[in-house]
Design a protein around this ligand. Structure first.
Ligand SMILES: CC(C)(COP(=O)(O)OP(=O)(O)OC[C@H]1O[C@@H](n2cnc3c(N)ncnc32)[C@H](O)[C@@H]1OP(=O)(O)O)[C@@H](O)C(=O)NCCC(=O)NCCS
Length: 165
């Protein structure tokens, strides 16, 4: 079983050989990730195999976001205020094809949820939102309990009650 180290994105990893199978998504880690970190619009976390710290196996991004009450399913809307609620946003979560299907996507998602749960002790967030890039990605998030927002099948939300103790 491969063990991974997850740490903040830096230039010690080789991004040129990273491919999640969708070239447009791969461009992000090569060209925009460090820019986003510098501009404070995303935190980027990368996973490397424990025995190969230059090999980028997967990554995810976290940012702050918000959802308006009208976007939410009725069952959630009635538990939240009428004004927009703060959420964490997973903007990207991609696994290199060589590592797919071996549990790394789950490890990254669990780590993202843990980081949001930790941050929530200081900065309240009502849940985690993801913008799935296609139907396959949306299906991955639904597998872990994310709920599609009505009328926006690519936008899904995991309520804080699902990951906070
Ligand atoms: C989607 C992606 C992140 C999944 O990563 P992965 O490492 O292959 O997934 P894992 O091996 O960790 O799978 C964990 C679980 O999710 C399930 N799963 C994986 N992909 C799935 C999908 N598309 N739909 C439903 N379930 C899925 C697995 O069956 C597994 O289930 P189990 O824990 O019950 O056995 C990866 O395939 C990827 O990077 N794809 C290309 C980019 C992309 O679509 N990113 C999504 C963000 S927009």
């Amino acid at each position: 079983m491969t063990l991974y180290s997850i740490r903040s994105f830096d230039k010690s990893v080789d991004t040129t050989s990273f491919s999640c199978g969708q070239p447009l998504l791969d461009e992000y880690i090569r060209r925009y990730a460090s820019q986003d970190v510098r501009r404070n619009v995303a935190r980027v976390f990368m996973a490397t195999p424990e025995n190969d710290s230059h090999h980028l196996a997967g990554f995810f991004t976290l940012s702050a976001g918000s959802v308006s009450c009208s976007e939410l399913p009725e069952s959630l809307a009635k538990k939240l205020p009428r004004y927009p609620s703060p959420v964490a946003l997973i903007g990207r979560l991609d696994v290199d094809t060589g590592f797919q299907g071996k549990g790394l996507g789950l490890i990254l998602l669990a780590d993202a949820c843990q980081k949001v749960a930790n941050a929530s002790a200081m900065l309240a967030m009502a849940g985690i939102v993801v913008d799935a890039k296609d139907a396959e990605a949306a299906s991955f998030y639904r597998h872990f309990g994310f709920l599609p927002l009505p009328g926006q099948p690519a936008r899904l939300l995991l309520p804080a009650t699902a990951y906070r103790a």
